[in-house]
Design a protein around this ligand. Structure first.
Ligand code: PLP
Length: 456
């Protein structure tokens, strides 16, 4: 399980997805988005699209919040760009305090970057330097999970377990070992055992011992698996077990909440449902809500105090680390989230989404599983519910579903079984803005009902 699948296992269909940016004529295929308001985007022809994917899980507070631009216009002349190696700014300090105020207890400091991949790159390097400064010079390996996504740079791609995106870039620059994800619906460990055995969590310990604990730096996991398998929510005791194993061997636990965090699950951070404090939480997407490119690494007291007390400098820094305008906008997004209760609203409104999706499962035999939490709705499709066999790749189920939805004016995200070398079925991601209403969820699920019916 630790070997990277060779490129030869990449089918022509998967190849074409990987190279689609070159082969697809974007100008003729993609509508031009010219306006956004609430949960809707409008194209140049005036067609409205319900943004059921929240534009890749980014837009939390909704489109077209003009108060953000008004605040920037009012304060803009006071927000200079200042290089973060030479200055801090009130905007970075203020937003830093704000985001830490909703983070789990034990998280002490923050490092701002421009997006999710940068956040994970930063966490990787901070973990390495932390061990190095403490004399643990061999701790260079990382453990992560298959069917995960941590970013698109070479380092974060090595970390990811999204095989179709990884395969063209082997060999990687980082020694990364992948273990099984908590994918109960298709788990090789527990499928004959009448339910979850947590063997997938224990695989972490086996991998650590096989590699040598003194060589492992960190374990990275998406708290709730997003794009690559749509909403895998581990059992309530999964992360406690992960935390214990990491602590036993002095390995840092990094929770990637670029997609699942900042209100998506009905808590400020998804990991708060497991009552576990990671060593770092990586963030992106909703913290800027699409109004500015923004990412962050939230860092616990152990690492923060080590760097503070030893007076070591983190050898890192993008030109745009702590970008003042991005942080200023991050603060405006935070203000709206706080004022409108959007850090927790997904818990309530998400009940409606999940009730509607569960009812849809009763109507369509091709829905194998409905999963996710709050305003993360994941649906996996199967050709046969009893055997859980996926649809054949030639059927192009997900792309037909996603484009059928788009024709009906609703945007959702989708993943195909081939993206993971057959590990899993077609699946879709529903991640609307946190302001979505029940009526808008109904429009989305009705369109899904109609589109599935048309394909089936
Ligand atoms: N981590 C997760 C869980 C993600 O979903 C993503 C993006 O989809 C990333 C990291 C990468 O973030 P970005 O695209 O902002 O670099």
């Amino acid at each position: 399980p630790h070997e990277t699948p060779p490129l030869t296992r990449h089918t022509p269909q998967q190849e074409s997805q990987v190279s689609s940016i070159f082969s697809r004529d974007y100008a003729s295929e993609l509508p031009t988005a010219v306006r956004g308001e609430g949960v809707y985007l409008y194209d140049a022809d005036g067609k409205a699209y319900l943004d059921g994917m929240g534009s890749a899980g980014v837009v939390g507070i909704g489109h077209g919040r003009t108060e953000i631009y008004q605040a920037l216009a009012a304060a803009g002349d006071k927000v200079p760009f200042a290089y973060s190696a030479q200055f801090t700014t009130p905007w970075q300090e203020e937003f830093g305090k704000s985001i830490l105020s909703v983070a789990p207890k034990g998280i002490e400091s923050v490092y701002f970057v421009s997006g999710g991949s940068e956040a994970n790159e930063t966490a990787l390097k901070l973990a390495r330097q932390y061990h190095l400064e403490r004399g643990d010079t061999q701790r260079q390996k990382i453990i992560s999970r298959w069917q995960s996504y941590h970013g698109v740079t070479i380092a974060t791609l090595s970390l990811s377990g999204r095989t179709s995106w990884r395969a063209p870039y082997t060999p990687y620059m980082l020694p990364v070992i992948h273990i099984a994800p908590p994918y109960e619906y298709r788990c090789a460990y527990c499928k004959d055992k009448g339910g979850c055995t947590l063997d997938c969590a224990d695989e972490l310990e086996r991998a650590i011992n096989l590699e040598g604990p003194e060589t492992v730096s960190a374990f990275f996991a998406e708290t709730i698996v997003g794009t690559t398998a749509s909403g895998l929510v581990p059992r309530p005791d999964y992360y406690k077990r992960i935390r214990e194993i990491c602590d036993r061997y002095g390995i840092l636990f990094v929770a990637d909440e670029v997609l699942a965090g900042y209100g998506r699950t009905g808590r400020p951070f998804a990991i708060q449902d497991w009552d576990v404090v990671p060593d770092m939480i990586t963030c992106g997407k909703a913290i800027g809500s699409g109004y500015a490119p923004l990412g962050a690494v939230l860092i616990n007291d152990k690492i923060t105090n080590f760097f503070r007390e030893s007076r070591k400098r983190f050898v890192h820094g993008f030109t745009y680390s702590g970008h003042p305008t991005s942080c200023f906008i991050g603060q405006q997004v935070f203000n709206i989230m706080s004022k409108e209760g959007l850090f927790t609203r997904a818990a309530e409104i998400g009940k409606h989404l999940h009730a509607r999706l569960n009812a849809l499962q009763q109507r369509h035999a091709c829905i194998g599983e409905v999963r996710g939490r709050g305003l993360y709705g994941g649906v996996e499709f199967v050709a046969d519910r009893a055997t859980r066999a996926p649809f054949p790749a030639e059927m192009n189920f997900t792309s037909r579903l996603v484009s059928g939805m788009k024709e009906r004016g609703v945007i959702i995200g989708g993943g195909v079984p081939g993206a993971n070398f057959g590990q899993g079925g077609d699946h879709i991601q529903i991640t609307p803005p946190f302001i979505v209403s029940e009526a808008e969820i109904d429009i989305l699920v009705d369109a899904l009902d109609d589109t599935i019916g048309a394909i089936a």
